[in-house]
Design a protein around this ligand. Structure first.
Ligand code: HEM
Length: 272
């Protein structure tokens, strides 16, 4: 039935799913052969296997099963890879469309870090313009326009609306991120929105790309670190220009689960 709706895509999806799980199963089997239960875990799989091992002795595995291990690795990769990669791709697209902003980030990086020094998280507070550009990116990109569905556990009254227990709710980040009362001319990429008159970075708690609450993104701090380190290093080393001079790729998205820029080409020139 689902295949008739999705034109064969559902079956193919399930097959791909099995291939990924098989790949992960082999990794777990390799770990089982080489793990040293007495020593520090080498990685997440070791840590999980160690906990399984400890619980096996107590006959209390609960959710620490091998299936759960496979699914949680799958979750971490599927939630963690495309999200940061797509956000980075969106950033490059904006740099092509806003060369004057790219030039400002270049100049801040040159002044504060230089072109040869490696950038670490301890440099973050010294790069207010870059932080403002990343916050603006996460506002305007609206990476997950439909968030993740949740079910209301009890009756809720919200600003006069009654949401009965059991209702499925779908957060819409764009209703805040692109609200023109909060962000005049919301489609304009403008890092200056997030700087005070002295050029200091202002953190904006209304921008919530990682959602809120108990089920908010598990990888938020990792993702923020990744974005800062990837994007700062990319712009420290490269200048991004359109593939054909003057032909700037338009800001257009494909939206499935993620809002992802349509494929575009560009050139990365080393900044020597
Ligand atoms: C720019 C990067 C990212 C964005 C914008 C993002 C955004 C989100 C959002 C909106 C949710 C749904 C929260 C909810 O249900 O209300 C979520 C869930 C989740 N994210 Fe991320 N994410 C990013 C990167 C990552 C990374 C790097 C990881 C891990 C390596 C990760 C792991 C997860 C996991 C495991 C969940 C499910 C949490 C749960 O249901 O309890 N994410 N993320």
């Amino acid at each position: 039935m689902l295949d008739r709706i999705f034109g064969g895509g559902y079956k193919k999806g399930l097959e791909k799913n099995d291939e990924i799980l098989e790949f992960l199963r082999k990794e777990v089997d390799e770990h089982k052969k080489t793990i040293d239960y007495e020593n520090e875990p080498r990685d997440y799989i070791d840590a999980f296997l160690k906990e399984m091992h400890r619980r096996e002795k107590e006959n209390n595995l609960e959710e620490f099963t091998e299936h759960q291990l496979l699914i949680s690795i799958y979750d971490l990769f599927s939630a963690g890879l495309d999200t940061t990669a797509t956000t980075s791709r969106t950033f490059i697209l904006y740099m092509l469309n806003y060369p004057e902003i790219q030039a400002k980030i270049h100049s801040e990086l040159d002044d504060v870090i230089g072109r040869e020094n490696s950038i670490t998280m301890s440099d973050q507070s010294r790069l207010p313009y870059l932080n403002a550009a990343i916050q603006e990116l996460q506002r305007i990109a609206v990476l997950l326009p439909l968030g993740v569905q949740h079910i209301v556990l009890e009756d809720v009254n919200m600003e006069g609306y009654k949401i009965p227990k059991g209702t499925t709710v779908v957060p819409q980040f764009q209703s805040v991120h692109l609200d023109e009362e909060l962000y005049p001319n919301p489609e304009l990429f403008d890092p200056e929105r997030h700087l005070d008159k002295n050029g200091a970075f202002i953190k904006d708690d209304r921008i919530i790309p990682f959602s809120l609450g108990k089920r908010a993104c598990l990888g938020e701090s990792l993702a923020k670190m990744e974005l800062f380190l990837f994007l700062s290093h990319l712009l420290q080393k490269f200048e991004f220009r359109p593939e054909i001079s003057g032909k700037i790729p338009p800001i257009e998205y494909n939206t499935v689960f993620l809002r992802s820029p349509k494929a575009f080409k560009c050139c990365a020139f080393p900044r020597n």
